[in-house]
Design a binder for this molecule. Structure first.
Ligand SMILES: Nc1ncnc2c1ncn2[C@@H]1O[C@H](COP(=O)(O)OP(=O)(O)O)[C@@H](O)[C@H]1O
Ligand SMILES: Cc1ncsc1CCOP(=O)(O)O
Ligand SMILES: [Mg+2]
Length: 267
């Protein structure tokens, strides 16, 4: 029987048993993403080499794959790790950073989609383009509103049999049937590089904690980011102080606070 768990319940469970999360992420994101996982209560490991990524995926409780700073050798590691995660029945999360920008990225993304990610997390421009729509995206930052990506996300979720999360001012999550919006955060968040990449890693951490409820796990990760973003913005003088306040805020949020303050609504 499937039990409905709240974001706070999942946070508590994660901190009681910190999951080992293999993060194949980009050079820009590695440090902040690892710190985001530690502040939230998970255990990150940035392991991407083709020689070991598949083997490590057998040890980790979840995998996240981010194409932000791609190279041929990394793609081999990503594919080996995704295959190993699938073989072991462990969830894996894809972050298709600026996948529309070059033929190299488009091809790598198509290969990764064929390996059936459990969750796809991207900004609105990335999700619109993944569904074949008219995206205004050029580089890694979104140039489209989340509302415009909602139909794309629903379509992509159905086609991929995956949970799709679109982030921005108000986030949108769907599994193709259910859909919710997660409000909160701060306009300073896109001013700090790699927070989206870090969120992808955190989705992996929650998915490791609640593999039986991937939709709920994805919502929980987005919800703690939204609450921490609001807290960090209080007193932040700009992106610099926001960045360290954000880590402190993530660590300070307990399960009761998360459940009391998460702004999740049906879409
Ligand atoms: N204008 C905004 N207001 C509040 N939160 C935001 C805003 N833009 C992005 N966020 C938050 O920042 C985080 C990263 O999302 P986003 O910037 O969309 O990802 P990416 O860095 O991949 O482009 C998410 O938690 C999202 O909710
Ligand atoms: C700036 C940059 N360049 C390649 S990856 C990257 C980080 C992107 O991070 P995010 O998608 O979280 O904004
Ligand atoms: Mg991104």
């Amino acid at each position: 029987m499937q039990t409905e768990t709240t974001p706070g319940t999942m946070l508590k469970a994660m901190r009681e048993k910190p999951p080992l999360v293999q993060c194949i992420t980009n050079y820009v994101a590695m440090n902040i993403a690892a710190n985001v996982l530690l502040a939230s209560g998970a255990s990150p490991a940035m392991v991407h080499a083709a020689e070991e990524a598949g083997e490590f995926a057998g040890i980790a409780s979840a995998l996240t794959v981010n194409i932000g700073t791609l190279s041929t050798q990394w793609i081999e590691g990503m594919r080996a790790a995704a295959k190993a995660a699938n073989a072991a029945g462990k969830p894996w999360v894809l972050d298709p950073v600026a996948h529309y920008a070059t033929a190299f990225r488009r091809s790598a993304t198509a290969d990764l989609l064929a390996l059936n990610p459990t969750v796809i997390r991207g900004n609105a421009s990335e999700i619109i383009a993944l569904a074949g729509g008219q995206s205004r995206g050029q580089g890694v930052d979104s140039r489209d509103p989340v509302e415009q990506a909602e139909d794309s996300a629903r379509w992509l979720a159905k086609r991929q049999q995956a949970v799709v999360a679109v982030t921005g001012a108000v986030d949108f999550v769907t599994d193709g049937e259910r859909a919710v919006r997660v409000a909160g955060g701060s306009a300073l968040m896109p001013q700090v590089t790699a927070l989206g990449c870090s969120l992808t890693c955190l989705v992996g951490a929650f998915a490791a904690t609640a593999p039986e409820d991937i939709f709920g796990a994805t919502v929980a990760a987005l919800a703690i980011f939204a609450v921490a973003g609001e807290d960090a913005a209080l007193g932040a003088a700009g992106p610099g102080s926001f960045s360290w306040r954000f880590l402190d805020a993530l660590a300070a949020i307990d399960s009761e606070t998360l459940d009391a303050r998460a702004r999740i609504s049906a879409a």
